[in-house]
Design a protein around this ligand. Structure first.
Ligand code: SAM
Ligand code: SF4
Length: 324
């Protein structure tokens, strides 16, 4: 439990700050601030941290980044995590571009759920946002389907003037394949100027847009899985649509259940507050598990009530360095 009575049992682990795409909202243009990979936790260090976290009651884990599929020892990390007592679930968030190669082995290594970022179905708009090739991501999604993951979810970050015309095609795509789709409000995590009135599209507006095409039906279980989305069903298409309104939902942080571990070994209690606690220094200075546990407990104690995105928040590290 944190100081506000929230049960924190979900750890999102960034395993690299590297990425083979460069999304407008995640990585500043011309970004060159890559961390030294020597500063990234090794697979063994990550597994040690997970062991300590699991002993403290963390049950759900997600590998992210940067793009986790570019890390060469990803499968070792997954297999190692799956063998740790108390680790109930390991998921992964990816841009999907490498799932065609790694999807099946990831499934065999024990990953149950995959979240794939898909901001557009129009190849030009996809490239404008990510710098990448939509076909690779679509092939990755097909491969993930064939690999038999228990859950495949799609994530779309909303940007006015960029991809609002993609909202409905994405809904139809999600409905056709039976994938839950989540619309995410843009957050000022990379540079503050990514979030301007001009390009911010509130989830309320996306809901209105969908309501013109179909009927949004609230669900008895509006929260599915471990994430912060509130889900609705669309009566006619049958799509399951989640909304992540970090900026406009004033109760967004009430049920927060997570903390983050950055690739360079910092525990970050809240995405939208700068505070981080250094685990790597303990790991590399010979600290024992009790010392690692103390850092976790301090992180739990210092987890803030809510994010600061509505208070002129000025990001210090881009999303790719923190881990999404
Ligand atoms: N590379 C993987 C991917 O793209 O899914 C995992 C890491 S990415 C940082 C995790 C999630 O964060 C993605 O769904 C991405 O769209 C989201 N994200 C990144 N920057 C964001 C921002 N400024 N606002 C809202 N969501 C953001
Ligand atoms: Fe890479 Fe994911 Fe960030 Fe896009 S959102 S730049 S795919 S880490």
């Amino acid at each position: 439990m944190d100081a506000f009575g929230r049960k924190i049992d979900y750890l999102r682990i960034s395993i690299t700050d590297r990425c083979n795409e460069r999304c407008l909202y995640c990585m500043p243009e011309g970004y060159k601030g890559w961390e030294n990979t020597r500063d990234h936790l090794t697979a063994d260090e990550i597994l040690r941290v997970v062991r300590v976290a699991a002993a403290l009651g963390f049950r759900k884990f997600r590998l992210t980044g940067g793009e986790p599929l570019v890390r060469h020892d990803l499968l070792d990390i997954v297999r190692g995590m799956k063998a740790i007592p108390g680790v109930d679930d390991v998921g992964i968030s990816t841009n999907g571009t490498k799932l065609a190669q790694v999807g099946q082995p990831l499934r065999e290594a024990g990953i149950r759920g995959v979240n794939v970022s898909l901001d557009a179905l129009d190849p030009k708009i996809y490239r404008q946002i990510t710098g990448g090739d939509l076909n690779l991501t679509l092939a990755g999604i097909r491969a993930a389907s064939a690999a038999g993951f228990e859950r495949i979810k799609l994530n779309c970050v909303l940007m006015r003037g960029v991809n609002e015309g993609e909202i409905w095609p994405l809904v139809l795509f999600a409905a056709e394949h039976g994938f839950p789709l989540r619309f995410i409000e843009l957050m000022p995590i990379t540079t503050a100027d990514v979030l301007t009135e001009k390009n911010f599209l509130p989830i309320g507006e996306a809901m209105q847009l969908l309501a013109r095409r179909d009927e949004l039906v609230s669900r008895p279980d509006p929260r599915i899985g471990n994430g912060p989305a509130t889900y609705y069903s669309l009566r006619h298409t049958g799509a399951l649509i989640g909304f992540i309104g970090a900026l406009t939902n004033l109760h967004f942080c009430d049920q927060c259940n997570k903390m983050r571990l950055t690739a360079d070994g910092k525990i970050r209690p809240c995405l939208g507050n700068h505070g981080e606690l250094d685990l790597r220094v303990v790991l590399r200075n010979g600290g024992d598990d009790a010392a690692l546990r103390d850092v976790f407990l301090e992180a739990l104690r210092s987890k803030p009530l809510e994010h600061q995105f509505r208070n002129q928040y000025q990001p210090q590290r881009p999303m790719t360095a923190i881990g999404g």
